[in-house]
Structures are given as C-alpha cells and as structure tokens.
Design a protein around this ligand. Sequence first.
Ligand SMILES: Cc1cc2nc3c(=O)[nH]c(=O)nc-3n(C[C@H](O)[C@H](O)[C@H](O)COP(=O)(O)OP(=O)(O)OC[C@H]3O[C@@H](n4cnc5c(N)ncnc54)[C@H](O)[C@@H]3O)c2cc1C
Length: 375
Amino acid sequence: MRLVIIGGGILGTAHAWAAIARGHEVVQLEREREARGATVRNFGLVWVSGRAAGELALTLRSRELWEEIGGRVAGVGFRPAGSITLARTPAELAVAEAAAAGATATDRGFTLLEPDQVRALNPALRGKYLAGLHCSTDAAVESRQALPALRAHMAASGRYTFHEGTEARSVLDTGSGAVVVDDQGRRHEADLVVHCPGAAHSGLTRELAGELPVRRVRLQMMQTAPLDEPLTTAIADGDSFRYYPGFAGAEVDSLAAEQSQTATAAEHKMQLLCVQRLHGGLTIGDTHEYTEPFAFDVDEAPYEHLTEVTEELLGRKLPPVVRRWAGVYSQSVDPDALVTRVRADTNVWVVTGPGGRGMTLGPALGEQTADQLGL
Ligand SMILES: Cc1cc2nc3c(=O)[nH]c(=O)nc-3n(C[C@H](O)[C@H](O)[C@H](O)COP(=O)(O)OP(=O)(O)OC[C@H]3O[C@@H](n4cnc5c(N)ncnc54)[C@H](O)[C@@H]3O)c2cc1C
C-alpha cells in the first residue's frame, strides 16, 4: 500500500516507521522545515513509572520498541538509564513506599532506595531527600535528533519520501483511496491517509474530523549548560506523584491534603523532571496550563522554583540556564483514552491526543494503528 502521513512529529513518524516495517510505501508531509511541535520540545523521557496500571502493557511494549529502534538507529540516542523520584517529605515517602509495594512494582522495576543507595546509583544526587523510588524501566531518547535519524533510516528502504515545508491543505477521499493536496498545489495519491497534526486541532484537522475530544496543554521548560558530571538517571521530585495516575491512592490523597506544595508549584501545576542530554546539559521542567488563550511568553517564577528544587536535590549550583521554551501538546479529554483515533472518511484517519506520554507511546501507537488497519 501507499500511505500519505501528514505531520512530522513522533506520531506521524512512528506511523511511517510501522508502515515501512510492514513493506508499505510512505510519503510524509511536514509543514515546517523540521518538526517543531511537542516532539522536539519534550524531555525525551520514555516514562513507565507513573503510568496507570491499565496503560502499563502498551507503555512497556513501546519501551521495548524504543530499545529495538535505538539499537538500529544510533541517532535516536536511546539509553535505558532509569529514573529516581526523590521524596522530601514523610507524605511523599509514603507514596513511594506504597508504589514500591504495589502490584505492578516488579513490572515497572520499582525499588525504594535509602539516601546512600540513591547516591551509589546516581552520585550527582548529593542533596537533601529522605529516599528515592528507583524505576529501572524508565529510559530516554534525544528528541531533537531522533526524527531526522529515523527518517534517514526509513529513506534507506527506498520506500519513504519526506516533504519538508509542505502543508497539507485538503484531503479528498476517492472511495478506493484518497488524495492529499498540499499548499504548493501538488497532489499526493494514497491508499490510506493518516493525519497526525499534534496540537493543530483547527484548520485541516477540524475540516476532516470536526471537534475532537481533545484539549491543549502548555508546559514551560529549560535547559542548562553542560553539567560537569554525569546524572546517571533521570530524576523527578515528589510533586510528580500528584500528576501521574499510576501513583493514585490514599497516600497521594494525603499528600494533596497536606498542601505542602509551594505557592508557585501549586499555581503553575508543577512537578520537577530532569534528564541529562547527551551533550551534558540538563533538560528541566515543567508547568501545566490548561486555559486558552495561552501566554506567548514564559513566566519567570516557575524557573526559579525548578532551579531551587534541582539545586536542593543535587546539593550544588546548577550550571547556567541557556534556553527556555514552552511547548503545547494535545491530550485526549477522556483520561482512559491513550490516544484519539478517528476515522474521518473511508481511507482517512486522524490520530492525536496522546497527552504528556506521546514520546513514550509513539512507537506502540504506530504499531497499534497498523494492526487495527490491517497493514
Ligand atoms: C514540553 C513537553 C514535554 C513533554 N515531555 C514528554 C516526555 O518526556 N515523554 C513523553 O512521553 N511525552 C512528552 N511530552 C508529550 C509528547 O511530546 C507529545 O505527546 C508528542 O510529541 C506528540 O507528538 P505528535 O506527533 O502528535 O505532535 P507534534 O510533535 O506536535 O507534531 C505534529 C506535527 O504536525 C505538523 N502538522 C500539523 N498540521 C499539518 C499539516 N496540515 N500539514 C503538514 N504538517 C502538519 C506540525 O507542524 C508538527 O510538526 C511532552 C510534551 C511537551 C510539550
């Protein structure tokens, strides 16, 4: 079959990857010169630890696919580094203890570590905390270099073409297939069209699928200059327990009731996630904003909070912050929907809304669509 895939982020690229792997021909269109949506703005965390139990099987499958892809495409920068979520209060420690004793702890690779065990695993963590929840299945990829690396690998099949700077403007279903017309008037014929627009819910997406059950979420991020030592695992703070459904339970309810979050963290719905890039810098975030219109500039207070918490955990000054940015992802409003997959016409599908787990789930979602469409 010949597929036209619209959107050059991880969902479009993972769908292209799955189709190429099954022997099909793919033409992929990206309206920018290089994808610049959520995929290149994220942490690159393949995050198993906090996923709800119902999502665990697909999450672990995706992690397995990332590892496989990383073994074939070095540019993806896959590393199975794991993560440590650091508890700084008794209420956070109670959540970590419950998680380490939970029914899915073995599948996730959870172990509760004393401070000296944390430091043995990740010597850069010389700061203040009561314990660490190690998750051995968490991993990371290099988001800003993964997409071109994946495309170069697919191009070697001779069955893949990428059109950069090409916006899809309309899709006409012909009954036996479909035609995508781009903004240069070119017509791309296909047996099947998969539109993966990310957070672009208006324009072509609305024309094809109407109002989807998705919302947009905006996050603030930053990156430091290289740290002069390795951060051997990704790290998270106890505020992350509040946001990941996998930790939900009486202990998180007590944590919420305790109101120990700082005013800035509460106002901006913050958690700390931090991962070291291959070049040594630290990618640190994040905030969550749900009400549109979103600000076009970034607020300074969350950055002060992130710096303070990271320095407390590392027990040292951070290298200077060299970049700050914001990103927007598309999230399905039904918390049980891992993604929103809508058949817009006989041969036209729209796939978006993986929320804050799209980088993690991308490969498995591409595989799932290919299975469902019988590719
Ligand atoms: C700050 C931030 C941090 C995150 N961290 C993580 C993380 O660590 N781990 C994780 O699992 N997830 C994370 N996420 C979520 C994850 O990044 C997203 O779920 C995922 O990248 C979505 O991929 P996508 O391909 O759907 O969208 P995008 O990456 O936004 O790509 C969509 C692409 O489609 C293109 N496009 C749209 N319309 C057209 C058109 N008509 N014609 C041509 N091209 C078009 C756009 O230009 C864009 O490049 C994070 C998100 C953000 C914002």
